[in-house]
Ligand binder design. Structure first.
Ligand code: CTP
Ligand code: MG
Length: 232
């Protein structure tokens, strides 16, 4: 580990309505390990993250602490939306952190290379960095009835992943200026007029949102084809 401390905020306080597992999504297992544990270990295993602030539903703080023995983590209760949860996590980060990552617990298979590329780009001077992938589908805008209005120029589009990385000062300023729940973390820094740099994302950093995604994640970890939540 070189340079100033790198802290990651891991929002894991969502309820996972679209997954519908009956427990908060971050506590759902992928390949026998809860997503939030995979996400924490992925960050720490990258070798470039010193500490993780895990943000979970208030009633799950005790359980989360129990799932993460021996790791350099702090567990705090989250808020009503992701922005409020990240703000709670940010408030609990150590003051000497100079680089802060924000990473969804719902991206449990994120490779170390993505984490390292993001941290390297912040260390190289970028105030905000996001991992992105090209958009491979054709994208169209439609009216409320579903009739096509236009075809978007795909070459300029990028799908955005996490971890997103920031100079701590900029991210704290962005959240202090009254976060807009409609934008992502980098969008808040963008709104301050700061440039947001991009690095290559990775298909494995996909977000587990639905039962289909959970099934794919299980298969990627070598699970039986019928593992998952029953999408046939
Ligand atoms: N998140 C959070 N606090 C919230 C809402 C979301 O920390 N109040 C976190 C989730 O736990 C997840 C990440 O933000 O790791 C991305 O959110 P999303 O994929 O939308 O997860 P959920 O909000 O849990 O899912 P859903 O929207 O289907 O309910
Ligand atoms: Mg959500």
């Amino acid at each position: 580990m070189s340079g100033s401390p790198v802290v990651a905020v891991l929002p894991a306080a969502g309820s996972g309505v679209r997954l519908g597992a009956g427990v908060p999504k971050a506590f759902v297992e992928v390949g026998g390990v809860p997503m939030l544990v995979r996400a924490v270990d992925g960050l720490l295993g990258s070798g470039v993250v010193d500490h993780v602030v895990v943000v979970v539903p208030a009633e799950q703080v005790h359980d989360a602490v129990g799932l993460l023995p021996g790791r350099p983590v702090t567990v705090v209760p989250g808020g009503a939306d992701r922005t409020a949860s990240v703000a709670a996590g940010l408030a609990a980060t150590r003051p000497d952190a100079e680089v802060v990552l924000v990473h969804d617990a719902a991206r449990p298979l994120t490779p170390a290379g993505v984490v390292r590329r993001v941290v390297d780009a912040v260390r190289a001077g970028a105030p905000a960095v996001i991992p992105v992938l090209p958009v491979t589908d054709t994208v169209k805008t439609v009216d409320p009835a579903g009739t096509v209005l236009s075809t978007v120029d795909r070459s300029t589009l990028r799908a955005v992943q996490t971890p997103q990385g920031f100079r701590a000062r900029e991210l704290r300023l962005a959240y202090a200026s009254g976060p807009d729940p409609a934008t992502d973390d980098a969008g808040l820094v963008e709104a301050l007029g700061e440039p947001v740099a991009t690095v290559a994302g990775d298909p494995l950093a996909f977000k587990v949102t639905t039962g289909w995604d959970l099934r794919i994640a299980g298969l990627l970890l070598g699970g039986a084809p019928d593992e998952g939540v029953g999408i046939e």
